[in-house]
Design a protein around this ligand. Structure first.
Ligand code: ANZ
Ligand code: ZN
Length: 821
């Protein structure tokens, strides 16, 4: 097309045309399609799949484009890379949209997925779209149901009546993991406990193994969070007897303090409370139970709160010394931990100490304070140190380092206690009274009881018709056609389970399904198993506990089913940071600080955004968006385009002078540095090195150096190193360099350490006119550094010690001379 505007000296980089052109070319060539039999070692990279909320935001870009860069780099290193993407499509927001706006969750979800897929195409990623999953499709959730049945067979899935967390706004049960500081993770409402019959996955069976991370590289931070969540405690279970002969079991981490147990405290929900309570105390006890029921666990455990409690009027016998002790109830003892009852040792436990002080209960020290300065005056100050046992019958005098184990042995001999390990981890409750999830494949029959749906009848398809009213009851209850079925065992009338599965079930194994999304004979095709386990998993730190623990549990369960033969799903884990708004606040519509990637793509192109996000800082740090800061990466890409484009047709003469040697050195040093940085996910520093390199090239582009083979090597390296970061521009540069399509099938440039090393020169060192040594120095060394290096030579030092240096000279590149007296 003819144009009247004179051509600018520097052709501008027309991102819109270029990016679309190359994306079309990649699609056409099916460039990124997986070749299961392709050459090279396998590399399985997974970025946590998104929830299809509707719009791709800049956080998605920050999660996905750097991991794309890492995957592209691996591809250039010769790996056969699998890098799929999918959608976590079940869950509450879809159902809430249905309630609020009358759109069916399926319609809402699928429309969102279409939109997000379209937006994702503009990110220029190499996702293997033919390996994708959408978890709300029967082809996917059938296998959730299959896993459920297999878990039932092996005792990993079971049903029990349990106190569960209930969110009054979302009208559903929440897993422990979904309760944050006593509130619903989704809507922030204070949750409370309710008794309900629920399906559970027995994750506690793997508690011990989940504490180990053999052969995986995971951030210490995540491992610590998971370890704390699993919460392993070593101690003893000890039996106290009531006057009526009932056994009250307690769990204690400090059996060595047993002789100081001067009272007992039961959780208000403890089953023995009713029996222990004497008539005179019943009103007070009942009122207290009611009050405690309304408190969250966080409130109950708060150390700031003043201790409260009520005496039941009942007594128990301390088994080690036969002393009678009062039995109280108090909210600080939780029914959900240990045995729901404690022996209170006010001399050595802070909560018990406060409680005893408030209610005037006896305090008997039984552990010597190894920290003598802590003793003060007459008033007893509690301490929780380990130390020599005192006031402890025949164990008095036992040293602190063996006190716990000796006490346990002593208890075991007498049959009143045993060593025990307990965990804070609870079994995973997976029942949800909601519609938009995987139906639990169970049928209830009056005659046969709980009957699993036979495997050949899977999937139990989620019916389209349901009442979306937040009643707290499962919407499927209203659907008679779904509800009423024949019992698979006796053919009598049966009812389907109407609860659906927690959608964390879906995300516990989706990367196995990526291997063969259409496979009909199992959750995944065993012929694809060479890709497993995942080599690199990336995603947000918010999933450190829930998702990642469930994922590990599923993998261990699958191993024990014989489906796979490894222990951990993700060999390496990386957590990216968060992109904040320009005001350094979390992006939110109400703050008006949301950055819309679609606008940016239009304005400045995909490659610029990708580069900016990676240049922002270390990937795990995140940081605020900076609309002025984007001009740096933008200018850099313009420069790269100019420097490569303008010299692409230059002559390429073989030359070997200082200038070409310097250029080669810089080229190889840059490749070496960028490689090391990418390997360590140091994208920002890698980009900084590329920027410096291109700046140097800008200086030489109109000089004779630009007519050499060294220059060709340099410009080709720029294109190749940009390929993982800015795939469109790199493809364009490659094309301009006259190279065949596609740059994304090229090898990562090799570098030569020797060429990369700074050039060195040999310089003679004279003392009083006689050569005493030769030192190697970088060619561009400064006078000060040259003199320092010369003084450091042992041979030179011999002639300098005890002498006064009266003159020192550096003749650049030739000589260092000292005159001494
Ligand atoms: C006596 C004792 C004496 C205790 C002492 C501690 C110090 P971790 O480490 O968290 O496992 N405990 C046990 N079950 C409880 C429950 N359901 N609710 C509230 N507290 C409970 O804590 C174990 C300790 O927490 C146990 O050891 C018990 O108090 C208390 F000098 O027993 B200890
Ligand atoms: Zn039956």
């Amino acid at each position: 097309m003819a144009t009247t505007t004179p051509p600018t000296r520097r052709e501008r980089y027309a991102h819109q045309e270029i990016e679309q052109k190359w994306r079309d070319a990649w699609d056409e060539a099916q460039l990124y399609e997986l070749d299961p039999d392709g050459a090279g070692p396998k590399w399985y990279a997974v970025t946590m799949y998104p929830y299809p909320s509707g719009d791709l935001h800049i956080g998605h870009w920050y999660a996905m484009t750097p991991s794309d860069t890492a995957a592209r780099y691996k591809r250039m290193r010769g790996y056969n890379v699998l890098f799929p993407m999918g959608f976590d499509a079940f869950g509450l927001p879809a159902e809430n949209a249905a309630i609020k706006r009358g759109i069916h969750p399926y319609t809402w979800t699928m429309a969102n997925i279409d939109n997000m897929r379209r937006q994702m195409q503009t990110m220029g990623t190499m996702f293997n779209w033919e390996q994708s999953v959408v978890t709300c499709t029967p082809a996917y959730y059938k296998w959730n149901q299959w896993f459920f049945l297999k878990f039932m067979e092996s005792g990993l899935a079971y049903k029990k009546e349990a106190a569960v967390w209930w969110c009054p706004v979302d009208q559903t049960v929440l897993a422990n993991e979904q309760v944050v500081d006593g509130r619903c993770e989704r809507c922030g409402t204070v949750v409370y406990q309710q008794q309900m019959s629920q399906w559970f996955f027995r994750i506690t069976q793997y508690a011990e193994e989940l504490l180990r991370y053999d052969g995986v590289e995971w951030p210490e931070r995540v491992r610590t969070m998971q370890r704390n969540w699993i919460g392993r405690s070593e101690g003893a279970r000890v039996t106290f007897k009531t006057e009526a002969g009932d056994a009250i079991e307690v769990f204690t981490t400090r059996p060595d303090t047993l002789w100081g147990a001067t009272f007992m405290v039961l959780a208000p929900e403890h089953p023995l409370v009713a029996k222990l309570t004497i008539d005179a105390q019943r009103v007070a006890i009942d009122a207290y139970i009611e009050q405690a029921r309304r408190e969250t666990e966080i409130e109950r455990q708060s150390t700031e709160k003043e201790k409260t409690g009520v005496f039941t009027g009942g007594f128990a016998i301390n088994p080690v010394n036969g002393e009678q002790v009062q039995v109280w109830i108090a909210d600080y003892v939780l029914m959900t931990y240990g045995t729901g009852a404690i022996m209170a040792v006010p001399a050595h436990d802070e909560r018990d100490f406060e409680f005893a002080q408030k209610f005037g209960l006896p305090i008997i020290p039984v552990i010597e304070n190894p920290n003598t300065e802590a003793r003060s005056g007459d008033e007893y100050v509690f301490h929780h140190e380990y130390g020599t046992m005192i006031n402890s019958g025949e164990l008095t005098g036992t040293p602190g380092d063996v006190a716990v184990e000796r006490t346990i042995a002593w208890l075991e001999e007498r049959g009143v206690g045993t060593g025990e390990v307990i965990y804070r981890l609870r079994d995973w409750s997976i029942s949800r009274q909601r519609y938009w999830g995987t139906p639990i494949p169970i049928i209830y029959c009056d005659d046969c009881g709980i009957v699993p749906v036979p495997e050949e009848d899977l999937p139990v398809v989620l019916p389209e018709n349901a009442q979306f009213t937040p009643t707290g009851k499962s919407p499927l209850l209203e659907n008679a056609a779904f509800l009423n079925v024949r019992c698979p065992r006796c053919d009598g009338p049966g009812r389907r389970e109407t609860d659906t599965m927690d959608c964390f079930v879906d995300s516990s194994w989706y990367w196995y399904r990526y291997l063969s999304p259409d496979y009909a004979d199992g959750p995944f095709d065993q012929t694809m198993k060479k890709w497993l386990p995942v080599d690199q998993y990336t995603g947000g730190i918010e999933h450190a506990i829930l998702h990642l623990l469930y994922a590990r549990f599923f993998t261990k369960a699958m191993r024990d089913m014989g489906l796979i033969d490894f222990d951990e799903p993700f060999l390496r884990l990386f957590n990216q940071g968060i992109i904040l708004g320009e005001d350094s606040e979390k992006m939110s519509k109400s703050r008006g600080n949301v950055i819309d990637p679609d606008d940016l793509v239009f304005e400045m192109g995909t490659d610029t955004i990708r580069l900016f996000l990676m240049f922002l800082g270390p990937w795990d740090q995140g940081g605020p968006w900076n609309s002025r800061g984007i001009s740096g990466p933008q200018r850099f890409l313009e420069r790269a385009y100019t420097v490569v484009g303008e010299t692409a047709d230059n002559a390429a003469e073989e030359r070997d002078d200082e200038a070409t040697r310097n250029l080669r050195r810089l080229t190889h040093a840059t490749i070496g540095g960028v490689t090391k940085d990418i390997e360590a996910f140091g994208f920002n520093t890698a980009i900084a090195k590329l920027m410096e390199f291109v700046n140097e090239l800008m200086k030489g582009k109109d000089t004779p150096i630009a007519q050499t083979t060294a220059w060709r090597e340099a410009t080709e390296s720029v294109a190749l190193m940009l390929a993982p970061f800015t795939p469109h521009l790199a493809e364009e540069l490659w094309h301009r360099l006259g190279k065949p399509f596609s740059i994304h099938n090229q090898s990562w440039p090799a570098w030569d350490e020797e060429l990369a090393a700074a050039e060195t020169i040999e310089v003679a060192v004279q003392v009083n006119g006689k050569v005493r040594d030769r030192v190697s120095l970088p060619a561009e060394v400064s006078e000060t550094d040259a003199l320092t290096a010369a003084r450091a030579s042992a041979k030179v030092q011999e002639y300098l010690t005890d002498k006064q240096v009266v003159k020192e000279i550096y003749v650049p590149g030739r000589l260092i001379s000292f005159v001494v007296r």
